[in-house]
Design a protein around this ligand. Structure first.
Ligand SMILES: [Zn+2]
Length: 161
């Protein structure tokens, strides 16, 4: 999955890539796609470009590929039952959240379709990405504010008529 993303980034430089992701994200929101999904996907793209994509398909501690997994920001992503103890804050996630995280890490914003999520899934996703960012990317307040605004669908982001 990381490879897919790398391949997408390969052709463009990171700045151009993120610009296109951002543009596609704004278009997606204006088309009525769930801003909570768009914001999380964009966060994942930022993390990937910055070289901080979480490990999701295997345990970040020992490489084991069998779940169940727990999500650990400090541990680098998925932790298996044997490695879970390394991070007391490791979270149990809904299966739907794992699926979306995996989809996000592989997907280009320009290919985002309509995704419908349960409230609980959207909340867990937000918590996961927030913790990931807090731990790995010292996102400045301005950017954080920007993403929060985006998520709320503030007028600022509505297309100018
Ligand atoms: Zn492990």
């Amino acid at each position: 999955m990381v490879e897919l993303c790398d391949r997408a980034i390969q052709d463009e430089d990171a700045g151009a890539f993120l610009y296109h992701q951002l543009h596609a994200g704004l278009t997606a929101i204006s088309e009525g796609k769930d801003p909570r999904i768009v914001a999380r996907l964009f966060e994942m793209k930022i993390a990937s470009v910055a070289g901080y994509a979480p490990m999701l398909d295997a345990c970040a501690g020992c490489g084991r590929e069998e779940g169940p997994f727990y999500f650990s920001a400090a541990g680098g992503g998925a932790l298996c039952t044997r490695c879970r103890h390394r991070d007391p804050r490791a979270m149990e996630l809904e299966e739907g959240v794992w699926k979306l995280l995996r989809v996000f890490s592989a997907m280009d914003m320009r290919r985002l379709g309509n995704v419908t999520v349960k409230e609980s899934t959207a909340k867990q996703l937000a918590t996961v990405m927030r913790r990931w960012f807090d731990h790995h990317l010292a996102l400045n307040l301005k950017s954080r504010h920007f993403l929060d605004q985006w998520e709320r669908g503030d007028d600022f982001f509505k297309p100018v008529p």
